[in-house]
Design a protein around this ligand. Structure first.
Ligand SMILES: Cc1ncc(COP(=O)(O)O)c(C=O)c1O
Length: 375
C-alpha cells in the first residue's frame, strides 16, 4: 500500500458550484478562473469539466498554463491571459491558440503594438479602479483605447478591472470602484468585466457582460465570515490521509518537535500521515480540528513535514488505519485556514505535488476518467 495522503476531487461538486455561478451570472458570460493549477485542483481535468459545463472562457496567469489547456485537448474555449503576455515572443502564440491577452500597462501596450500577433485577437484592457496593483490609470486607459481601437491586430476590445475588497461586502471600496468603472467605461460600446466570486454573489450591479469567478467554483467561500455551505457551495477538494500509529502517553510526556505540547492527563495520541511537505499548514495551532472517521479531534504538537499528531483521548474508538480528513467534506477549509492564520485560497493552492490525486466524477459523463492517480 502506498502512502495514504491524497486529495479527492469531486467533479459533481464542481459542476454544482458552476451552476450556482451560472445562475447568479444571469445574462452575463462566465469566465471561469483556473489559474494556479485550478486553485490546486488540477488544471486540465478541472478546465475540461468547466468547459463541458458551459464556461464561456477560462482565465489563467501565464501562457504556459494556457498551452497546457490546448495540449490537453481543450480547444474550443477562449483562454484569457489575466496578466497578459510577459514577453513579445508570446504574441506569436495568441491567434493560433485563441489566447486573449490582457493589457495592463503602457509597456505591454507598446510591446503589443511593436510586435502584434499575425492575426487579430480579442484584447482585454485592464483598468485600475482602485486596487492599485495592475491596470491603467484613466489617462493611460484613454491612450490605450485610442491606440487599440480599429487596430488590425485587435479583433475586439474588452475592458476589465479587479475589486480589492469585495470579500467584505460592508466596505465602501467596492461601490467606489464600481462607480469609477462605470464613469470610465459606460457608453464606450465595449464588453466589460468586474465581478470576482464575491461580487458575483453580493453585488449584482458588478456583473456587466462577463463575470470571473474563481474560488466559488471550487466550493470555497469568497466572503469573510460566511460559510461556503450557507452560500450553497460544495467543497470540490478533500485532503485526507490515515492514522499510521497510536500511542498512550503519561501526564507530562511531550509530543513532537520542540516538545511543544505535553500531556496534562493520560492521553492517546494518533499520528496521521500528512504534514507541511504535503501542503498542510505548518502554523496550524493546537486544537485545529481534524476529522478521524468523521469525528472531530484536536491537533496537538507541531506539524512536521510528513506527519501530524492528534489527541484521540476523547475518541477511544480510533484505530490505526482510520481515515483522517484535513479539510473538505465535513470540515470546511475556511475553518482550518482561519486557525492557521491564512485563507482558503492559500491552502487549496498549496497542496504539494507528491500528494496523490483521485478524481471522482459522480455521475459518469466521460469528462475525465473515473479515477486518475497522479502522485
Ligand atoms: C483578474 C482576476 N479575476 C478574477 C479572479 C477570481 O477571483 P476569486 O477567486 O476571488 O473569485 C482573480 C483571482 O485572483 C483574478 O486575479
Amino acid at each position: 500500500m502506498s502512502r495514504p495522503a491524497q486529495v479527492r476531487i469531486d467533479f459533481e461538486a464542481l459542476r454544482h458550484n458552476f451552476r450556482i455561478a451560472r445562475d447568479r451570472a444571469g445574462d452575463s458570460r462566465v469566465l471561469a478562473v483556473v489559474k494556479a493549477n485550478a486553485y490546486g485542483h488540477g488544471l486540465e481535468a478541472v478546465a475540461g469539466v468547466l468547459a463541458s459545463a458551459g464556461a464561456d472562457a477560462l482565465g489563467v496567469a501565464s501562457i504556459e498554463e494556457a498551452a497546457r489547456l490546448r495540449e490537453a485537448g481543450i480547444r474550443d474555449v477562449p483562454v484569457v491571459l489575466l496578466e497578459g503576455c510577459f514577453s513579445p515572443e508570446e504574441h506569436a502564440l495568441l491567434a493560433r491558440h485563441r489566447f486573449e491577452p490582457v493589457i495592463h500597462s503602457l509597456a505591454q501596450l507598446e510591446a503589443f503594438l511593436a510586435s502584434p500577433p499575425e492575426a487579430p485577437v480579442p484584447v482585454w484592457i485592464k483598468l485600475d479602479t482602485g486596487m492599485h496593483r495592475l491596470g491603467l490609470d484613466p489617462e493611460a486607459f484613454r491612450h490605450a483605447l485610442d491606440r487599440l481601437q480599429g487596430h488590425p491586430a485587435v479583433a475586439r476590445l474588452r475592458v476589465l478591472s479587479h475589486l480589492c475588497c469585495a470579500d467584505e461586502p460592508e466596505r465602501p471600496e467596492t461601490a467606489r470602484q464600481l462607480a469609477r468603472f462605470e464613469a470610465l467605461t459606460e457608453g464606450l460600446g465595449l464588453e466589460r468585466s468586474l465581478a470576482n466570486s464575491a461580487a458575483l454573489l453580493c453585488c449584482p450591479e458588478a456583473r456587466h457582460d462577463w463575470v470571473r469567478p474563481g474560488i466559488l467554483l471550487y466550493g470555497g467561500s469568497p466572503l469573510v465570515g460566511a460559510s461556503a455551505a450557507s452560500l450553497g457551495l460544495r467543497p470540490v477538494m478533500t485532503l485526507e490521509s490515515r492514522l499510521i500509529a497510536i500511542r498512550d502517553l503519561a501526564p507530562g510526556e511531550p509530543v513532537g518537535y520542540g516538545a511543544a505540547w505535553r500531556a496534562e492527563r493520560p492521553s492517546r495520541i494518533g499520528v496521521a500521515a500528512i504534514g507541511y511537505g504535503d501542503g498542510y499548514p505548518r502554523h496550524a495551532p493546537e486544537a485545529t480540528p481534524v476529522l478521524v472517521e468523521g469525528v472531530r479531534v484536536p491537533l496537538v504538537g507541531r506539524v512536521s513535514m510528513d506527519m501530524i499528531t492528534l489527541d484521540l483521548t476523547r475518541h477511544p474508538g480510533a484505530r490505526t488505519g482510520d481515515r483522517v480528513v484535513l479539510w473538505g467534506e465535513g470540515l470546511p477549509v475556511e475553518e482550518v485556514a482561519q486557525q492557521a492564520g491564512t485563507i482558503n485560497y492559500e491552502l487549496l493552492c498549496g497542496v504539494a505535488s507528491r500528494v496523490a490525486v483521485r478524481h471522482e466524477c459522480g455521475e459518469a459523463d466521460g469528462d475525465v476518467p473515473a479515477v486518475v492517480s497522479t502522485p
